[in-house]
Design a protein around this ligand. Sequence first.
Ligand SMILES: C[S@@+](CC[C@H](N)C(=O)[O-])C[C@H]1O[C@@H](n2cnc3c(N)ncnc32)[C@H](O)[C@@H]1O
Length: 259
Amino acid sequence: MSQDYLQFIERVHTKTGIDLSQYKEAQMKRRLTSLREKRGHDDFRSYFDALENDSLLLNELLDRMTINVSEFYRNRKRFEVLEQKVIPYLLQRKKKLRIWSAACSTGEEPYTLAMILNRHIPLQQVEILATDLDGHALGKAQAGLYHERSLKEVPPEILKKYFRKEGSTYRVIDEVRKSVTFKKHNLLADRYQKDFDLIVCRNVMIYFTEEAKKTIYKNFSHSLIDGGIFFVGSTEQIFSPQTHGFEVYDTFFYRKWQK
Ligand SMILES: C[S@@+](CC[C@H](N)C(=O)[O-])C[C@H]1O[C@@H](n2cnc3c(N)ncnc32)[C@H](O)[C@@H]1O
């Protein structure tokens, strides 16, 4: 790693608490280099000097680092497995469920979970924690207002029941919004809560180094109750789940071993 980029990473870490050395280097460096060049800086040192005194530039960098793309029912087939197989399995074991949507971005994922769970149980019996590193994304999540493009996978009956049209946008109804608690959390640095029945963490592990992934899998495993389920993204199969105390439950779903 070049000295210039290494120092940049250290300075970003001190300023924002985000440790870019735990993200895959080539990919992240490419993203940040193109932004740096767009802002007219020949090296990372002068780019950092500039953004230290310019909150707009800093926010732009944060935006580039945290890739917030999301949508409701992302990879819809997987959510069908969740609805038809995973949730009935979890409800057989417990009446109330505790769920964590980790790296939830702008909220599409935890709201999708609430809508699916509500097909089985009243939302009062569900506790959904939704976290992300990016406070800006969490603000949007709390507002619950979405453009049509993030709703294209939503089944028509769900759209009708849980959204209200506001001009050209759609707002998630209060009952669903109230069932989700949003909180800032850095998967690489903060303490993990415990006793979850289901953890959903999708489309963020791909950005982390192998070392970082191992630590996160171990933490998730400790955060689940025995027999709890871990749901990953559709390019994020775990290479050897047993190393982290998991077994395959279905494609992209892992179950924590029961003692
Ligand atoms: C592509 S989005 C995934 C959103 C959603 N899970 C989905 O699958 O549609 C990735 C999210 O990971 C978040 N993220 C990146 N690094 C993180 C970290 N260290 N801790 C928590 N969230 C992080 C970003 O802020 C971004 O919102």
